[in-house]
Ligand binder design. Structure first.
Ligand code: GDP
Ligand code: IMO
Ligand code: MG
Length: 436
């Protein structure tokens, strides 16, 4: 005890990496349980008086905390070339990566799935999802279709070859006959995967057992979600979602730690909203206010560099995140970005064809047609980046947080006022007290 789950409340890029890094120094394990290198987390750390920026994709953000064991759980899909590239990059910067553990049950992203991801998007045309093109969707589809390749398969060449053959029997037909692209050779795929096996071997573990024993010992385990609630394959804006369970419940299936062991759920909520890729977004701004948020918040994707779509805070989404994840604590990030606005609109409900919706419409078509109903709160002009306690915030910034807290229905325990590790206000402790 305790086990803490950290999730994104909106459409991703809320600042989960920074929040994980913040908790990293006081937890023993950080577990990535879903997604893969579609995620992009930027963490800014002060080292010898200089600000150092780290961009992580596949590795849990806890890897930057020296005493924390980073774990890649069974629910993750792994591009092995990216894994080693990222490890090499961190090693070169003096980060100790030697404690990393990788689940034997996690699936690998074979090169043919990157190709399929990209050509599928091309063929979907204007119905495309706007994926990151990393092969995430096809790899999760293979997992469900029971033609996936797992980490443990790398250690039985005969089995690996059989599995790659089975997968390519179908895929090569699709690649060649439907998409008119080059088929993949079994030998090439097997050879590439085997080339990683020896280096990976010391990291491979029964991570479910490791985490269970850690919790028995009283260690603290933090589960860090990739993506976010509205990108979850079951609870998000389907089909404009990623292909994994990014909500808190995914921490259990994606790690092998049962729901009865989870003590708290922290959700990260940006003070406004962003989205990358296609799909509905009721509070999206297409005017100079949207441009203001993009510029001031540096809203460009960590993974693909795409400009993020920007809009106001949507508390219908926030309330939904509270319910779906069972949020115990919120961290509101990037409050500093809202400084300098006369009025700060907050979406409190939707109008759908003249009908008010206080909760997420059950029908996706209604969500596509939702017009936000705004409450306009007064803005503030004072620089808040130096504030370290709630009382130091200007009265209007405090009022903004308190109103959002009331609307989303769970307490706001921390507030981000800048990208740096220390640029945060902790109102309430984020780590639950250890039960005696
Ligand atoms: P993640 O995917 O949820 O980890 O988020 P990203 O790293 O993709 O995007 C969040 C961005 O906001 C990063 O560039 C962070 O450095 C930055 N950030 C996080 N918290 C704050 C904050 O409170 N204020 C400001 N200005 N930037 C922040
Ligand atoms: P982090 O962890 C924001 C989006 C993509 C696309 C959709 C499906 O940094 O918050 P995929 O490649 O996963 O099949 O793409 O999901 N997406 C993200 N958007 N942040 C992310 O991760 C995302 N990961 C995927 O843009 O719309
Ligand atoms: Mg991100």
């Amino acid at each position: 005890m305790p086990a803490i789950v950290l999730v994104g409340a909106q459409w991703g890029d809320e600042g989960k990496g920074k929040a994980t890094d913040l908790l990293g120094s006081s937890v023993d394990y950080v577990v990535k349980f879903n997604g893969g290198n579609n995620a992009g987390h930027t963490v800014v750390i002060e080292k010898d008086g200089k600000r150092e920026k780290y961009a992580l994709h596949l590795l849990p953000s806890g890897i930057l905390s020296p005493n924390c064991v980073p774990v890649i759980g069974n629910g993750v899909v792994i591009d092995l070339s990216v894994l080693f590239e990222e490890l090499d990059g961190l090693d070169a910067r003096g980060v100790d990566t030697s404690k990393l553990l990788v689940s034997a049950n996690a699936h690998v992203i074979p090169s043919y799935n990157r190709t399929i991801d990209k050509v599928t998007e091309r063929f979907l045309g204007k119905r495309r999802i706007g994926t990151t093109g990393r092969g995430i969707g096809p790899t999760y589809a293979d997992k469900m279709n029971r033609i996936g390749i797992r980490i443990q398969d790398l250690y039985d060449e005969k089995i690996l070859r059989q599995k790659v053959e089975a997968a390519l029997e179908v895929k090569n037909q699709v690649l060649a006959k439907i998409y008119n692209t080059r088929a993949s050779a079994v030998d090439d795929v097997v050879e590439e995967l085997l080339s990683y096996a020896a280096r990976l071997a010391p990291m491979v573990a029964d991570t479910s057992l490791v985490l269970s024993q850690a919790l028995d010992r009283g260690d603290t385990v933090l589960f860090e979600a990739g993506q976010a609630t509205l990108l979850d394959v079951d609870h998000g804006t389907y089909p404009y979602v990623t292909s994994s369970n990014a909500v808190a419940a995914g921490a259990c299936t994606g790690s092998g730690v049962p729901p009865t062991r989870i003590d708290s759920v922290i959700a990260i909520l940006k003070a406004y909203t962003t989205r990358v890729g296609e799909g509905p977004f009721p509070t999206e701004l297409h005017d100079d206010k949207g441009e203001f948020l993009r510029k001031t918040g540096a809203e460009y994707g960590t993974t693909t560099g795409r400009p993020r779509r920007c809009g106001w805070m949507d508390t219908v989404v926030g309330r939904y995140a509270t319910r779906i994840n069972g949020v115990t604590d919120f961290v509101i990030t990037k409050l500093d970005v809202l400084t300098g606005l006369d009025k700060v609109p907050v979406c409190v409900a939707y109008d759908v064809n003249g009908v008010r919706h206080d909760e997420m419409p059950v029908n996706q078509t209604d969500f596509h047609h939702a017009t936000p109903i705004y409450e306009e709160l007064d803005g503030w002009w004072e620089d808040i980046t130096h504030c370290r306690s709630f009382d130091e915030l200007p009265a209007n910034a405090q009022a903004y947080v308190l109103r959002v807290e009331e609307l989303i229905g769970a307490r706001v325990s921390a507030i981000g006022v800048g990208p740096g590790r220390d640029e945060i206000i902790e109102r309430f402790p984020l780590k639950p007290a250890v039960a005696s």
